[in-house]
Design a protein around this ligand. Sequence first.
Ligand code: MF3
Ligand code: CO
Length: 257
Amino acid sequence: MSIILKNKFQADCMREAGKVVFHVHEALEKAIKPGITTKELDDICAQCLKEHGAISSFFGYEGSFGAGPYPGNACISLNEEVIHGLPGLRKLRSGDIVSIDVGAYKNGFHGDAARTYIVGDVLEEDKKLIRVTEESFFKGLEFVKPGKRLYEVSGAIQDYIQSNGFSVVRDYVGHGIGKALHESPEIPNYRPKDKGGGVRLVPGMTLAIEPMVNTGVYAVKVLDDLWTVVTKDGKNSAHYENTVLVTDGEPEILTML
Ligand code: MF3
Ligand code: CO
């Protein structure tokens, strides 16, 4: 599959979708507190998407995971859950960290962003995990420029995470994004072995860069619900993602205002 470049009009559409994702995260951040259920957060996500003329990119999504259509609006993953946590009756508790991944589909284009939030009082180690995960995205972003190669981005993310004592999930990666939620290229958060330097970046590429970072080992497994991905060692994990447009100059983060 080749990489689909976006023209000015298409980039505008993606800005629109990206803005919606940003607003949904604002609403979620405000709502997060001990006692709220992940289903209630999912409802807030659905409501906010609707208010902005969008629908969830994830609801009904048929992954390549053999799990059937995705049953939620957002992916809500607590503590040792890495990604694809299913909204349900579980209540947030003080001390939890909660990763929420939001995708908005509007006017034919997708925006996609994830954040990890703290609930009440959280261990210093978990705060550091969240901070390093976010910072690793921005380390990678420094290489999102025309002429750079994709795995320079990947490598910068990996180096930053590992130099802070954490590990990088290998089994799931970021992705191109546009009319489809998942487009070429795959964007690993580590230097892939024996694959060279990766494609050269050019203006018009739209990329969802999304480091998934574990406190302990990088290995993960999928639960019996066939969706929820957890760390193998049960230690906590964080996720940070933005949709980014490659331009002639600095990259533009479409899911931040
Ligand atoms: N944001 C995630 C991704 O980019 C979640 C998609 S999985 C879904 O792959 F099934 F929920 F859509
Ligand atoms: Co994504």
